[in-house]
Design a protein around this ligand. Structure first.
Ligand code: SF4
Ligand code: SF4
Length: 339
């Protein structure tokens, strides 16, 4: 590998209140040979529930060595939310074979870790596990929804001085995890690289709307009216791509797809609280016919004025294709001055 020699990092990966989907996503990393890429950067798994052979007592020993300082814990990765119930005991999730709540292990390991990484929205903000009545009192490592705090508290800093790095997403994109671990291994990650919600800026400084193949329909407010329509899904189908911080339409999934390219609205799974939007995921809530969730950095009056202007100027091709499941009118071929 050309470039600076990686310092290398020891990674311990724990799972708690979640579905394991972020690990499944990681194993689908396709833009690289995952294991070769990680090992060339010096990323060493001390233990991972799906990738390691060690089990039971052996795993406990790995964690105890980290706590005693015999082994350096560089990155503690936690996948899934932290279950504090019942009554703050954490006994809804005892780490098998230890009789101790997982939240105790996580608190202790986070106190010696050089970096603490929340893998996925559950570990970052609570996510789906914290939805509804939240009977398990689930929370994120350093957030509860969009409120700072969570299991480790507002003041928590890992040994490097950084707060928890929130690689949010449900699931998180495999390359967001790989890139974060690579940056840590190369010593190329600082607080400046995190946004206001603790997410790595390399993906959170983008919007899902950037690069969406439906952008022409969005420009003319030519909207899909039912699943499978080609039009923009913001007006009727619940798409939050103009507000969701992620590069899903630039850094494609499986090298070719994204939610919106697959015909599904972006439900903003990288944002705290996405799990309870207060309306059906595939419907856009409106007041007086105007979508409630407008683009974040545009005054409402401008949006309404632009929308009515663009609707009145929509070409027939765009208007009719928007409500069809394939292009019924193709772009006109005209002589232009282009050579
Ligand atoms: S479908 Fe969503 S992401 Fe795509 S153009 Fe419309 S609002 Fe943007
Ligand atoms: S497109 Fe939206 S819902 Fe889909 S993975 Fe990206 S951020 Fe999550």
């Amino acid at each position: 590998m050309i470039g600076p020699k990686p310092e290398g990092i020891n990674v311990l990966w724990l799972q708690s209140g979640g579905c394991g989907g972020c690990t499944m996503s990681l194993l689908c990393a396709d833009s690289c040979n995952l294991f070769e890429m990680l090992s060339s950067a010096g990323v060493r798994f001390l233990w991972h529930p799906s990738l390691s052979e060690e089990t039971g007592v052996e795993v406990t020993r790995v964690m105890e060595r980290c706590l005693s300082g015999q082994v350096t814990l560089d990155a503690l990765c936690v996948e899934g939310s932290l279950l504090r119930g019942p009554n703050g005991t954490g006994r809804f999730h005892l780490l098998a074979g230890t009789g101790r709540p997982m939240i105790h292990w996580v608190r202790e390991l986070a106190s010696v870790a050089r970096y603490t990484v929340a893998v996925g929205t559950c570990a970052a903000y609570g996510g789906v596990t914290a939805a509804g009545g939240n009977p398990t009192d689930a929370c994120g490592l350093q957030y509860e929804g969009d409120e700072p705090g969570g299991l480790l508290g507002v003041e928590y800093r890992s040994r490097s001085g950084l707060p928890v790095i929130n690689v949010a997403g449900c699931p998180t994109h495999p390359n967001w995890v790989v890139e974060t671990l690579m940056c840590l291994a190369f010593g190329l990650f600082s607080e400046r690289d995190m946004d206001a919600l603790g997410r790595p800026r390399f993906y959170a400084d983008h919007l899902v709307h950037h690069g969406c193949t439906r952008n022409e329909y969005y420009e003319f407010k030519a909207s899909a009216e039912k699943p499978s329509d080609l039009g923009c899904m913001m007006e009727n189908m619940g798409c939050k791509g103009t507000q969701a911080h992620a590069d899903c339409n630039i850094r494609l999934w499986n090298s070719e797809g994204s939610c919106t390219r697959g015909g599904y609205a972006c439900i903003s799974c990288t944002e705290p609280g996405f799990e309870e939007p207060g309306h059906p995921f595939a419907q856009t809530p409106k007041i007086a016919g105007i979508p409630v969730g407008l683009p974040t950095d545009m005054p409402k009056a401008w949006f309404v004025a632009l929308a009515s202007l663009s609707k009145s100027a929509t070409p027939r091709r765009v208007r009719e294709n928007a409500v069809s499941d394939h292009q019924v009118i193709t772009p006109a071929i005209r002589k232009t001055r282009l050579r």
